[in-house]
Design a binder for this molecule. Structure first.
Ligand SMILES: [Zn+2]
Length: 62
């Protein structure tokens, strides 16, 4: 499946270095898509479910 940037109307690149910040905590880079023209980023949905939610629970549970 190909993602298209709604602003530039061009295919977005699959990347694995999307910067994620939870509150003041830097999380490991995320996997998702980035528009090579305007720099718009989307996190991959499955990655968010599998990786980000456990991190949230870990942070809230301390
Ligand atoms: Zn764009």
């Amino acid at each position: 499946m190909e993602w298209i940037c709604s602003s530039c109307n061009i295919p977005m690149e699959n990347v694995s270095d999307i910067k994620m910040i939870y509150g003041e905590v830097d999380l490991p880079p995320g996997v998702g898509y980035r528009c090579p023209s305007c720099g718009l980023e989307f996190l991959d949905g499955d990655y968010v479910v599998n990786e980000l939610n456990p991190a949230e629970q870990m942070l809230e549970g301390k």
